[in-house]
Design a protein around this ligand. Structure first.
Ligand code: UD1
Length: 341
């Protein structure tokens, strides 16, 4: 697909985990990019030096107006990829108002500024957490959205705002519902750097590096093949590529918005993930069997046919060992980066 004129893209949260991979994917596909990030959880080192970087708040209308009209990244922003937000489910239960502020109110302000500036395309990071605990083998986009925590609600509300604002103001949007994002850039340019992570693959990589003594298995009595929770782990670089292709689709068909699940349509259990780490390191991480974690569904697997059919998207890194190997390679690199700093 050739896009005659590639518009500048503003990436919010571009210094964070998924956003920094999207910046690389956009640059690899020759889209001009700028980043806005407040560095509350992101890292300046994750933004390539040549990319214009604005440190600030996505709800700061004055800063956004400046970015939207800035000549440095082209002739005004033509699309927004919105990653900035908070992602820790238990934290959202303890501090819901913070999530409704960060993920909902600030998104509202960003959408308003985009409408005001006439930005024609908007891509939003949504989540499988908007489905809650779905009672289906594979979750399709029309599976009822019934979040069970403020994190899921805070994202669902933003999906709703986008649908309404797009109808009223004539921009199109992509809402991408991520399943379990993992792995890191295969070339080692960025990865998951957040301290205090709670995600399984990140936690297990930290244990493999000796940063943790053991890994908990939350629940061994689920109705799954080995009793542990099953998830659809998607490589972050395949996900970033899906964003670039969504952008292409939005530009080519400005009257069409897209809501798509992002997963591969297959699942791995907690034990299978830990086995993969052990296979790759040749060592055995210590496993602790614990009670189920509150609110965890037994399995969460995407029906990803819409993504596969709508976009010219072919996953490159769906193999679990590849995902885990890239995550481990980044964990090693991160340890070196921190030693050098
Ligand atoms: C959750 C959200 C997801 C969201 C992500 C963002 C739901 C249903 N899913 O993913 O939408 O994008 O958080 O933060 O709310 N596990 C262990 N030991 C650990 C860590 C995890 O056994 O130390 C297990 C969990 O019980 C689960 C699986 O590993 O079965 C994956 O957990 P995790 O990586 O935390 O992601 P989700 O909770 O699935």
């Amino acid at each position: 697909m050739t896009i005659a004129t590639k518009c500048p893209v503003l990436v919010t949260g571009g210094a964070g985990y998924i956003g920094s991979h999207a910046v690389l994917a956009l640059r690899d596909a020759d889209w001009p990019v700028a980043v806005i990030d407040d560095l509350s959880t992101g890292f300046a080192f994750a933004v390539p030096e040549e990319v214009p970087f604005y440190r600030g708040d996505i709800a700061d209308g004055v800063l956004l107006d400046q970015i939207f009209t800035e000549q440095g990244i082209g002739h005004g922003v033509g699309a927004i990829m919105h990653f900035a937000g908070s992602v820790v489910v238990p934290e959202s239960v303890e501090n819901p108002l913070r999530y409704y502020d960060n993920n909902t109110a600030r998104s509202r302000a960003l959408i308003e500024a985009a409408v005001h500036a006439g930005v024609p395309h908007f891509i939003f990071s949504s989540t499988a957490a908007t489905y809650g605990v779905p009672d289906v083998e594979k979750v399709a986009e029309d599976t009822p959205q019934q979040p069970i925590n403020p994190y899921g609600w805070s994202k669902l509300m933003t999906e709703r705002m986008l649908a309404d604002a797009s109808a009223a103001h004539g921009f199109n949007y992509g809402a991408l519902r991520y399943f379990n994002v993992a792995g890191a850039d295969p070339d080692g340019r960025t990865g998951q750097s957040t301290a205090g992570a709670t995600h399984l693959i990140k936690v297990a990589c930290e244990a493999a590096m000796g940063k943790r003594e053991s890994v908990a298995i939350f629940g061994t009595d689920y109705d799954t093949r080995d009793g542990t929770g099953v998830r659809d782990y998607i490589h972050v670089s395949d996900l970033a590529d899906a964003h670039v292709r969504t952008l292409e689709a939005l530009v080519e068909q400005p009257d069409r918005s897209l809501t798509m699940n992002c997963g591969y349509g297959r699942g791995f259990s907690v034990r299978e993930v830990l086995d993969s780490i052990d296979r790759i390191t040749g060592a055995g991480i210590v496993r602790r069997e614990e009670q189920r974690r509150a609110g965890d569904p037994a399995r969460l697997i995407a029906d990803s046919s819409r993504l596969q059919e709508t976009l010219d998207w072919t996953p490159r890194f769906a193999d679990l060992d590849t995902i885990v190997r890239h995550a481990l390679e980044w964990e090693r690199r991160l340890a070196n980066l921190r030693e050098e700093a």
